[in-house]
Ligand binder design. Structure first.
Ligand SMILES: *Cc1c(COP(=O)(O)O)cnc(C)c1O
Length: 391
């Protein structure tokens, strides 16, 4: 007979989902109420308000899409791209490739700006693309490339788009709640994130925000938005500011309790402190790994603290190590993707998973596991090196 499912107690230090805080899990287990219940609507308004603070924006259209980060991405592209539109898409990892797919599926023309995996988007290439295609309507790029651990300079890229009169679509799935995201300051027009990376919620919700200019672009469309579910004109009847809510779809009530609690926790800690915590534990993890002789894929200047891509030592069996970590330490780290498969591990320090206990566990587990496989690493140095950064 099939019985209740009880997941093993894992520590999630991969590219997401990350550890969910017990407070968030407890919030999720509270009783479900109606999605048009006045108490629920009040909570929706609080979520919108807290998301505006987190994105640092006054955008009225700042809401959680009822589906994972990929749906937030699709919401941006399906609303803003019309057939024939030229969109400059930057690709320096997996997720830029998905942006290209989105543009093409909605009838747009994707002008690709390619950079090597492990390096940031090159602003000069973006400028050159606009010079070659001054009629491009949108610039799309990934702020924090989870497939490689690279941070691109969102502020600079948005400034270039503005020079050429283009809107911007920014993937902030891994950046939001881990490093600074400044929607109004940087002039971002459409941005999407996810709950299961640095916000430490379960997966399934995608916070998005559209600027007034982006909303105007959606309203000025000459063709209908080709998705009913993600059409912002319709969704706003449900999430809109007037207080009156029309049924559009049934919100994932308990998942929104989780998001609400996670946002309350960010507010309690203070967003600057949240960013500083990511930097602090990244510095400790880095010191430990480097003491072991393990090196980073990404140059220091563009490294993400929340996603550490490190080279797998020579002769080490990638999958065997990850399996041993899971079996012996209940610890999940991420594999490399695409060309980086078998070459790097991706060690996440996201949200609630970004703490000293996890850093020390990861270093200890990795050292013991690699030692057992006779890998070429320095033994007995990692923990001290990490602890030194905390003193
Ligand atoms: C995880 C991720 C996504 C996709 O989010 P899902 O919630 O898995 O759909 C998109 N972009 C980036 C950069 C991501 O890390």
């Amino acid at each position: 007979m099939i019985t209740s499912f009880h997941p093993p107690a894992r520590t999630l230090m991969g590219p997401g989902p990350s550890d969910v805080s017990p407070r968030v899990l407890a919030a999720m287990a509270r009783p479900t109420i109606g999605h048009l219940d006045p108490a629920f609507i009040e909570m929706m308004d609080q979520i919108k308000q807290m998301l505006k603070t987190l994105f640092n924006t006054n955008n009225e259209l700042t809401i959680p899409v009822s589906a994972p980060g990929s749906a937030g991405m699709e919401a941006c592209f399906v609303n803003l791209v019309e057939p024939g539109d030229k969109v400059i898409v930057c690709q320096n990892g997996v997720f830029g490739g998905r942006m290209k797919e989105n543009v093409q599926r909605f009838g747009g023309e994707a002008i690709m700006v390619q950079d090597a995996w492990g390096t940031p988007v090159d602003p000069e290439k973006v400028r050159a693309a606009f010079q070659a295609h001054p009629d491009a309507k949108i610039l799309a790029f990934v702020h924090a490339e989870t497939s490689t651990g690279v941070r691109s300079d969102a502020q600079q890229l948005c400034a270039i788009a503005k020079e050429f009169g283009a809107l911007t679509i920014v993937d902030a799935v891994t950046s939001l709640g881990g490093i600074e995201v400044d929607v109004d300051g940087w002039g971002i027009d459409a941005i999407y994130s996810g709950t299961q990376k640095c916000l430490s919620c379960p997966p399934g919700i995608s916070p998005v925000s559209f600027s007034a200019q982006a909303v105007a672009r959606v309203k000025a469309r000459t063709t209908a938005v080709p998705s009913w579910f993600l059409d912002k004109n319709l969704v706003m009847g449900y999430w809109g500011g007037s207080g009156k809510r029309a049924y559009h779809h049934t919100a994932p009530i308990n998942s929104l309790y989780a998001l609400h609690e996670a946002l309350v926790m960010v507010n309690e800690e203070g967003i600057e402190n949240v960013w500083a915590r990511h930097e602090k534990h990244h510095a400790a993890l880095r010191a430990g790994l480097e003491a072991m002789g393990i090196t980073f894929l990404v140059d220091e200047a563009s490294r993400l603290p929340q996603l550490n891509s490190v080279r797998i030592p020579d002769g080490v069996d990638d999958a065997a190590v990850r399996t041993a970590l899971l079996q012996n330490y209940n610890l999940e780290i991420g594999a490399g993707l695409g060309d980086l498969a078998g070459k790097v591990w991706r060690i996440g320090l996201m949200g609630a998973a970004c703490n000293q206990r996890n850093v020390m566990l990861c270093l200890d587990a990795l050292e013991n596991t690699l030692q057992g496989m006779n890998a070429p690493i320095n033994l007995g140095m990692a923990a001290q090196a990490a602890l030194a950064t905390y003193r």
